[in-house]
Structures are given as structure tokens and as C-alpha cells.
Design a protein around this ligand. Structure first.
Ligand code: SF4
Length: 429
């Protein structure tokens, strides 16, 4: 059995077309998907109708690929801890609107339920939809705002991130558990095409979050992070969030904040999510006591990286050097690897990724879903042909075989997992 293609009536109603089997997309092309690459749509996932796009499927009788003329194409937004293996396959009409900054995973219908082409890459439960109790979050928010009445950062995290954007990290902070966010930077030294906190006025899409508008003080950072490190289960405090620019630009605030935190407690992990643009500032943070670093990238290839990040006064080699420097200080080093089927698993990317892992002594790959309109992305970076490819699942297996100590996941690991038993020391049922 294979999943049937899904289509929408353009009014939010989604149906299966049992004259067509669902397929997947990689790069600019549609492909038949192996049965073992489909999983039931995980809890917390959503289905999207894609205006101005017609789904591509395989005719159940002829075996030929053809368009579905019954309605608009459909894709799935899969929840954290799962990685996309194939994109939704469709044909886009010339006047179709650019899609917003979400991931568009291939989806289908079979045995009375929805299926997606994805793999569960992470066992840590920190962002499981079922784990968020709205009443407890509201109480925690109220309590934190009362506890820190003058703290602009707590106010931003609770009123904006937690109660408006429903940010999983801010919601975990309100519940006094796991990874707690520390946004610090109103500015950035990159111009990512799919930036989720800033999109130029003339762009056809909007950013998902408004960027932080103030520079927090060391005192504002330390006031709420020290109790979290001392009391929360599997505590991590993370600079670099979706609602800010580049945290490294605030290294002169972050370094003394880290030192101040460590004066109070040695518990937990102090992490930075960053574009890795300035290795000399990474060095200063490692010397201040940073425990782990996650560098975001859409590619291990200079040309593809720079076409997307459009960096100001830094280049791809700098992010490689930041990972290498952090590793030399014994920091846990991850890449926040935006997975795009056809690009990520191209042979060129595979070779570049192997080189990056060897050059930097990388600890972990966080195989993240790339939240971007596929046509818009490939068009913007000027890719018309993606070349030979392995398939995302196969590429993961090849990397795992060659680098058995390299960890795969979706989230920054707590210090217990880094220093303890990696297989068990993390948030789980
Ligand atoms: S590095 Fe982050 S904040 Fe800066 S442009 Fe890219 S996505 Fe936006």
C-alpha cells in the first residue's frame, strides 16, 4: 500500500485523491518515495493547503506521474524532533503567492490517517506538543512577571515569546524546565533570505517574529538565568533565539554574564545559537565559560552558504573557524543544519559536509527542517540544477557510518547528556 495524494478545496478542507499515489520532491524534481520513508503524521504536526499549486502524483492505474486537477496541493508542517526526507511535490502557477516561512513536507493518506516523509531524529521530549499545559504556562508566566517586575527580558519572554508567539523555549522557561532562552541582540551581521526575525519591506513575505528592540544588561540576563540553572531539570540557558539578530554582536555583554552565572553555580549548560561569524568573539566566550555552541547553516558549501546568508564583513571560512575554536576549548559543537531535500543530500554537499566534520571536530548535527518556500529559496540562491543526490535518509546513514561518534538530533543537549550517558541523560517519558 502507498499513501494517496492529498488536495484541498481552497477553503481549508483537505481530501485524498485515490486515483493518485503521493510522491516527494527533491530540488526541482518529483520522485517516487520508498514505503519505509513514510511515517504517520506526528502529534503537533499540521497540514497546509498551498494556493496556486497543483499536486503531482503517480496514477494508480498507469503508473505515470501527472497533476491533480481537483484542487490545491497540500504539504505538512512536521513537529520538532522530526526531519523531512522529501518535500511536497507540486507545479506552481506563475501568479502563485510566495509561501510563508514554514517547512513543506510531502504528505499523503493511507489506512485512515495522514502520513509524511520524515524520520524521528531526536528522543528528547522538550518540545512535544502534549507536554504543554496552558494553565501551568499562564501561572508560570504570571509568577515570573511578579518575581522580576523590572526585568525587560523576562517581560519580553513572557508577554511576547511565551504568550504571543507560543515559543516552545519560552514556554519551557515559564514551566521552570529544560532549555531557557536569552535573546540579546537587536542587530545582525547577516541578511538571510529566510530570516524569521526580519524581512525587508519590499519582500513578498513577512517575518514570523518581531526582532528584539533593546540591549539587555548583564544584570537582567543573570537575574533569571541563575535560578533556572540551579533549579530546573536538565537546565540549559541559550543565547541566540528566533526573536533577535546575531548574539555574537553582544559578546561584550555575554562574556561577563557567563562569568557572573558561573560565580553562582556550575550546574547546567550555557549555550549560544549563532551564525558563527566572528571566531575571535567565540574564543572570548569560550574563555568566559561557554559550554556549547550551535552554528546555523543551510550548507557546508561556501557558495551556497554565502548566497543565502549574504554576510556583512565575514565569510563561510569564519563559521568553520568558530566551530574549530570552540572545539579546541572542549565546547560541545553543533551545526543547526537546514535540511532541503535535493540540496542537503546532493553529492557535492555530502562531500563538503564530510570535510566540515573532519575539519572542525564537530560533536553533533541537528538535522533541522528548512522553513522556506522551496521555489523561492532555489530561485533566490540561483540554483537551477541540484545534481546527483543520495536521498536524505541514505545520506544520514552514510555520515553515521563514517563518523560513529558524531551525534544526531534536533536540540542542544543538556550537560548531563554531554558529560553523562548520552543515550539516557535527557528529558524523556
Ligand atoms: S543570522 Fe539569524 S537573525 Fe541574522 S539574518 Fe540570519 S536568520 Fe536573521
Amino acid at each position: 500500500m502507498r499513501p494517496y495524494l492529498l488536495y484541498s478545496d481552497g477553503e481549508g478542507n483537505i481530501f485524498e485523491d485515490n486515483s493518485l499515489y503521493a510522491v516527494g520532491r527533491a530540488g526541482w524534481d518529483a520522485f517516487e518515495v520508498e514505503p519505509d520513508q513514510w511515517i504517520p503524521l506526528p502529534e503537533g504536526g499540521n497540514l497546509y493547503e498551498l494556493p496556486g499549486r497543483k499536486g503531482i502524483g503517480i496514477d494508480v492505474h498507469t503508473g505515470e506521474m501527472r497533476l491533480c486537477d481537483k484542487g490545491w496541493a497540500v504539504a505538512a508542517f512536521i513537529p520538532p524532533a522530526h526531519t523531512t526526507l522529501w518535500l511536497s511535490a507540486y507545479e506552481t502557477s506563475p501568479d502563485a503567492p510566495t509561501l510563508p516561512l514554514f517547512c513543506y513536507t510531502a504528505a499523503g493518506w493511507m489506512d485512515g490517517k495522514h502520513w509524511v516523509t520524515a524520520v524521528k531524529i531526536e528522543q528528547d521530549i522538550r518540545q512535544e506538543a502534549a507536554g504543554y499545559n496552558e494553565d501551568a504556562i499562564a501561572n508560570g508566566t504570571k509568577q515570573l512577571l511578579q518575581q522580576y517586575p523590572e526585568n525587560r527580558l523576562v517581560k519580553h519572554l513572557m508577554e511576547n515569546c511565551c504568550m504571543t508567539y507560543h515559543c516552545p523555549a519560552a514556554r519551557n522557561f515559564s514551566l521552570h524546565r529544560w532549555e531557557c532562552p536569552i535573546p540579546v541582540s537587536p542587530a545582525c551581521n547577516a541578511n538571510c533570505i529566510g530570516c524569521i526575525s526580519f524581512q525587508p519591506e519590499d519582500e513578498s513575505i513577512v517575518s514570523n517574529h518581531d526582532r528584539l528592540t533593546f540591549k539587555p544588561t548583564v544584570e537582567e540576563i543573570v537575574e533569571y538565568t541563575v535560578p533556572h540553572l540551579m533549579e530546573a531539570p536538565y537546565p540549559i540557558v541559550s543565547f541566540g533565539q528566533g526573536c533577535e539578530g546575531e548574539p555574537l554582536l553582544m559578546w561584550e555583554t555575554i562574556a561577563p554574564a557567563i562569568q557572573e552565572m558561573r560565580k553562582h553555580t556550575q550546574r547546567g549548560s550555557i549555550n549560544i545559537n549563532t551564525n558563527g561569524s566572528r571566531p575571535e568573539w567565540v574564543k572570548a566566550l569560550c574563555e568566559a565559560g561557554l559550554n556549547s555552541i550551535r552554528v546555523s547553516t543551510n550548507s557546508a558549501r561556501k557558495s551556497i552558504y554565502e548566497a543565502y546568508y549574504r554576510p556583512n564583513n565575514y565569510q563561510f571560512e569564519d563559521i568553520v573557524e568558530s566551530l574549530r575554536v570552540a572545539n579546541s576549548y572542549g565546547c560541545w559543537t553543533s551545526i543547526n543544519y537546514f535540511v532541503f531535500p535535493g540540496m542537503t543530500d546532493s553529492n557535492e554537499e555530502y562531500e563538503a559536509l564530510r570535510k566540515l566534520i573532519r575539519t572542525t571536530g564537530l560533536s553533533m548535527i541537528q538535522w533541522r527542517n528548512f522553513n522556506i518556500d522551496p521555489d523561492w529559496y532555489l530561485g533566490k540562491i540561483g540554483v537551477t540544477e541540484t545534481g546527483e543526490m543520495w536521498g536524505v535518509k541514505q545520506m544520514m546513514e552514510m555520515i553515521r557510518d563514517e563518523f560513529p561518534d558524531l551525534k544526531f538530533g534536533y536540540f542542544n543537549p543538556p550537560i548531563e547528556r554531554i558529560k553523562g550517558n548520552y543515550a539516557t541523560d535527557f528529558a524523556h517519558h
